[in-house]
Design a protein around this ligand. Structure first.
Ligand SMILES: [Fe+2]
Length: 360
């Protein structure tokens, strides 16, 4: 079995193929990466038979419609999926084989009406119905979401074999897929609760604004082929489900510091700890980085807090491209007890625009 996750960011796209027949499916492809997927399929001599979206996405535009146009593949989704370009409608319990690989569909509404999980012999692709560890699960406050239905789906997930490895549709903090048995211990959404307790728990989560997500849903309903069909905030963890940061992290009020003030303080010799939370390759990219930064990508920050222990009392400035990831990083740090944390407003884009020096 060929099994790979293709995306460099938090939205996960899984390529699953049969080594012998070369038949391949893509699960939850992202429109902006369609060209890369096609190249990968071509280079590996894989035949794309199906694209499957585990649900109508609210945080990115699906590559399903474009891949269907570019290849002979079928586009499969839950039978309640509103997108008209879908060619195969999945129902609960539908079982088939990908080459030699058996796979079964389990409907899992709650995050959306049209959510499905794909159950293989050794793993389960959970879409947004279940994330990893403290990330919990996808929000249930978007159109079609329903906390009660989500509880029902959780019971179905709990009924799956313990050995299945959980592969969610999003992962922001470098958590590694682990077994359903582990998730039963670590995932707050799988804690034993009555339905009412579960609904109360979900409704008590602090969730971020979702208006832009409703526009993305509409673009996916309309089978958009243009990555600009809906506005998705630049450089924020777009797939982030607010409410899935460590308990309480969402409540942290973050303050910003203008680039001019950062520059002024550095020139005045103030001992700022500059924490650049972009991916390493971005530091040598077009925007460069500020001399002396420490790089810890936001996706790994939760696991690397010990590296910052000796700087706990310093003034920390979180930096990214435009401010989105730095905001998340600041929330994580503040939740962990770092008290002097600020976000550099406008990020490296703002820094460069203001004409301050960078290193490549
Ligand atoms: Fe989602």
């Amino acid at each position: 079995m060929i099994f790979e996750q293709l995306n460099p960011h938090a939205c996960r796209t899984y390529l699953i193929g049969d080594e012998k027949s070369r038949e391949t499916i893509l699960v939850d492809p992202v429109l902006e990466h369609v060209e890369d997927y096609l190249k990968t399929l071509d280079q590996r001599k894989l035949t794309l038979t199906h694209v499957i979206d585990t649900h109508t996405h609210a945080d990115h535009i699906s590559g399903g419609a474009a891949l269907k146009d570019e290849t002979d593949c079928q586009y499969a989704m839950h039978h309640k999926a509103p997108a008209r370009c879908v060619t195969v409608h999945l129902t609960d319990g539908f079982a088939c084989r990908l080459g030699n690989i058996p796979v079964k569909v389990m409907t899992t509404p709650g995050h959306t009406k049209d959510s499905v999980a794909l159950v293989f012999e050794d793993r389960v692709l959970t879409g947004d119905v279940l994330f990893l560890d403290e990330a919990g699960a996808g929000r249930t406050d978007l159109p079609g979401g329903d906390p009660g239905e989500h509880w029902d789906s959780m019971q179905r997930v709990l009924g799956l074999p313990d050995h299945l490895i959980v592969y969610p549709a999003h992962e922001y903090r470098g958590r590694q897929p682990s077994s359903l048995k582990d998730q039963k211990l670590r995932n707050p959404n799988l804690k034993p609760r009555t339905k009412q307790e579960y609904i109360d728990y979900l409704e008590g989560l602090t969730l971020g604004p979702a208006d832009w997500m409703k526009e993305v849903l509409k673009a996916n309903y309309a089978c958009a082929r243009d990555p600009k069909a809906a506005w998705i905030p630049v450089d924020v963890p777009a797939c982030e489900v607010k409410g899935t940061l460590d308990i309480g992290a969402n409540d942290q009020q973050v303050t910003g510091i203008p680039v001019e003030e950062v520059s002024h303080k550095l020139a005045a010799g103030v001992s700022l700890f500059l924490l650049d939370v972009r991916d390493l390759h971005e530091l040598s990219g077009e925007l460069g980085h500020i001399t002396g930064v420490t790089n810890i990508p936001v996706t790994t920050l939760s696991h690397r807090l010990s590296e910052l222990e000796t700087h706990r009392d310093r003034e920390i400035v979180a930096i990214c491209k435009a401010g989105g990831r730095a905001h998340t990083a600041a929330q994580i740090l503040m939740q962990a007890g770092f008290s002097k944390v600020q976000v550099m407003m406008g990020g490296m884009q703002g820094w460069k625009q203001a004409g301050f020096p960078t290193e490549a």
